[in-house]
Design a protein around this ligand. Structure first.
Ligand SMILES: NC(=O)c1ccc[n+]([C@@H]2O[C@H](COP(=O)([O-])OP(=O)(O)OC[C@H]3O[C@@H](n4cnc5c(N)ncnc54)[C@H](O)[C@@H]3O)[C@@H](O)[C@H]2O)c1
Length: 354
């Protein structure tokens, strides 16, 4: 088990990562506290024993339906009303036990209730361990726009234990690998490890080590730029196109769309002369080792969603972060027309290769 402290202007967070973190840190973190747990229906079923042993005796357990559709206004209000009804006090602690959906909505509720109560994140998916539980972004979706209502609110403690991976379906492992490969495009050391282990990325022994590396990368970035004024924007690599496609094509997981977004944006980086062909090829081979990249139809329509991305609202310009060289991401701005043209070209070329 390893420990990482993240200091931001607003607060200090401690991340505990690795085998044994749950058994050792959770009871200590909750000792003597009044708590309110948020979890989802799947996690509740799978981890009933953990909930009844560690969480239920210390306070109310609120279960939301599993899945992205719970990241909405009425579910948020349901959590806040239950906090009030359970008598949660100002000094209480919210525990988010689940994937990124639970972490995002419980984090938002914790930041709003009585103007902020303490928050402990216990991420149970690969994606939430490497990404969403760290860094303090909380959110719900509104009118089909992802994460558009939210706050920056740092958890006091994050407990990232690989014990939860035992029950994760292959699809959720692929989803987490999407974000892990994104870190590979941002961090040279992670990139080298991914290339060296290309044929065993989903193996538990590999995941246990790489989760810490990704969290350490994110911790450094968040400590330097909590509010995403500068370097934190790099963490959105693959997400501009990934989010637009996720909104339009649906059906796949968030992490798979991050990879597909990265693939299409790599094409743009190549055509714009920003990324060297060999480096782009090695990233593409990593992407393809995890997802089957589709040659989408109606790409022009799907691209329209990129203007709803928070970075691009009200603009004709699409802003994205693309890999230039190992450990060197770069911001790229393109007119929406050029962006759409290049993505359509990429879809046509991908179709040709199938
Ligand atoms: N706040 C951030 O910085 C940030 C970063 C990246 C993504 N996100 C958000 O995270 C969300 C995606 O997170 P996610 O991929 O964890 O999705 P999720 O929370 O929906 O979890 C995926 C599925 O796995 C199930 N599950 C969770 N833990 C399990 C376990 N241990 N065993 C078996 N099943 C389990 C869940 O019930 C759900 O069905 C999106 O809403 C995305 O916007 C937030």
């Amino acid at each position: 088990m390893k420990k990482l402290d993240i200091k931001t202007p607003s607060c200090e967070s401690t991340v505990w990562c690795g085998e044994g973190a749950l058994a050792k840190v959770l009871p200590e973190a909750l000792e003597g506290r009044q708590i309110f747990t948020v979890t989802d229906s799947n996690v509740y079923e799978l981890y009933r024993e953990l909930v009844s042993r560690e969480l239920a005796p210390r306070g109310h357990v609120h279960v939301i339906p599993a899945g992205e559709r719970s990241k909405n206004y009425s579910c948020l209000m349901g959590i806040l009303k239950a906090m009030l009804a359970s008598g949660l006090r100002r000094g209480g602690t919210v525990v988010a036990l689940g994937g990124g959906v639970v972490g995002d909505i419980a984090g938002l509720a914790a930041s709003l209730y009585m103007r902020g109560v303490r928050l402990v994140q216990v991420p149970t998916t690969l994606l939430s361990q490497v990404d969403s539980s760290v860094g303090g972004k909380t959110a719900i979706d509104l009118c089909g726009v992802k994460n558009v209502v939210g706050t920056f609110y740092q958890p006091e403690t994050v407990i990232a234990d690989p014990v939860f991976f035992d029950t994760l379906p292959a699809r959720e492992i692929r989803c987490g690998l999407g974000e892990i490969i994104k870190y590979g495009a941002l961090d040279k050391d992670i990139y080298i490890k991914l290339i060296e282990n290309k044929n065993r990325l989903a193996r538990p022994e590999f995941l246990k080590g790489i989760v810490y590396d990704c969290i350490a990368h994110k911790a450094e970035v968040v400590a330097a730029d909590e509010r995403e004024g500068g370097i934190r924007k790099t963490l959105n690599l693959g997400h501009t196109t990934g989010h637009a496609f996720e909104l339009f094509y649906k059906r796949r997981s968030h992490g798979e769309f991050v990879l597909i977004g990265m693939y299409y944006e790599l094409y743009i980086a190549l055509r714009s002369g920003i990324c060297a062909p060999e480096y782009a090829q090695s990233l593409i081979s990593l992407i393809k080792s995890v997802v089957d990249v589709p040659a989408y139809e109606n790409v022009a329509e799907a691209c329209a969603g990129a203007v709803h991305d928070k970075k691009n609202v009200g603009s004709r310009e699409i802003v994205m972060v693309v890999p230039a060289a190992p450990g060197e991401p770069r911001e790229l701005r393109l007119d929406i027309g050029e962006y759409t043209r290049l993505l359509c070209e990429c879809a046509a070329e991908t179709e040709g290769k199938k």
